[in-house]
Design a protein around this ligand. Structure first.
Ligand SMILES: Nc1nc2c(c(=O)[nH]1)N[C@H]1C(S)=C(S)[C@@H](COP(=O)(O)O)O[C@H]1N2
Ligand SMILES: [Mo]
Length: 247
């Protein structure tokens, strides 16, 4: 048995070896981030500058190396309870909903997409464990578009950003997520849950599903997405929770 410390050291080494090896090719789009020398036990300077915490950097490196969250058979699906209604108060008029996007480096919102635009992206389906920081979890199936595919199609070049910020149309709920986790292959902009269209209480018409993070980051009813090189504000970080919120 490895002690916790030994295990962390092993994971840390693995993360940075991965960064120095095959993952570098995958991160070619993140040129700015990987600009510094990457050696075992060192932290890329630009990551360090923006994300701040060493642990965050280690975990980002792990996720960017395609480490997948566990998936489950349909028989394991439970009943996900609706939790958190911040930003869902206004009446949703589905036909009027638009997603505003501000690509990396642009001066303002440059596009407003309708749900039909987003549904042109390849559909991905995953059955994952959805975990709330309150201590409960529920195996749930979600389907939608990979945020990485969305970024490539609608915000090409924004892969170079450091963070992504999202908020509800009324601005009441908002999250920010490090780019490696945002571009993780299991991170979805979802419009289906357990084989049905997403209901309003679960975030219709479009929510974030990010299985490498706790529920707090899985924002419902997204109204705006921005790609930044700073850390956009985060609702639960402001209330004392760990910003990274990784599992
Ligand atoms: N807009 C919005 N999204 C949100 C929240 C919220 O209050 N408002 N709560 C978060 C929290 S704490 C959790 S655990 C999950 C719950 O998702 P669910 O309601 O689909 O179970 O949504 C997250 N996304
Ligand atoms: Mo939560």
């Amino acid at each position: 048995m490895l002690s916790n410390e030994q295990e962390l050291a092993r994971r840390t080494r693995r993360a940075f070896l991965a960064l120095g090896g095959g993952a570098v090719a995958g991160m070619a789009g993140l040129g700015w981030l990987s600009a510094g020398p990457i050696t075992e036990g060192d932290i890329p300077p630009n990551f360090r500058k923006v994300l701040g915490l060493n642990e965050s950097v280690v975990r980002s490196a792990l996720y960017s190396n395609n480490n997948l969250a566990p998936t489950f058979p349909a028989s394991a699906i439970g009943k996900l309870k609706p939790n958190g209604e911040e930003g869902l108060e206004d009446e949703l008029v589905a036909a009027d909903w638009r997603l505003e996007i501000k690509p990396y480096g642009s001066a303002g919102v440059t596009q407003k997409l309708a749900i039909g635009d987003i549904k042109t992206l390849p559909l991905h389906d995953e059955t994952i464990e959805f975990k709330c920081v309150e201590g409960w979890s529920t195996v749930t199936r979600f389907a939608g578009a990979r945020l990485s595919d969305f970024t490539a199609k609608f915000c090409a070049g924004s892969e170079r950003a450091v963070c992504i910020g999202m908020n509800t149309p009324d601005g009441v709920y908002y999250v920010s997520v490090d780019m490696p986790s945002a571009l993780h292959p299991q991170t979805l902009l979802a419009w289906e849950m357990n084989g049905e269209p997403l209901t309003e209480e679960h975030g219709a018409p479009l929510r974030l599903v990010i299985p490498v993070k706790y529920g707090i980051k899985n924002i419902k009813r997204i109204g705006r997405i921005e790609y930044t090189d700073t850390r956009p504000k985060d609702y639960w970080e402001e209330r004392g929770y760990d910003w990274y919120a990784g599992l």
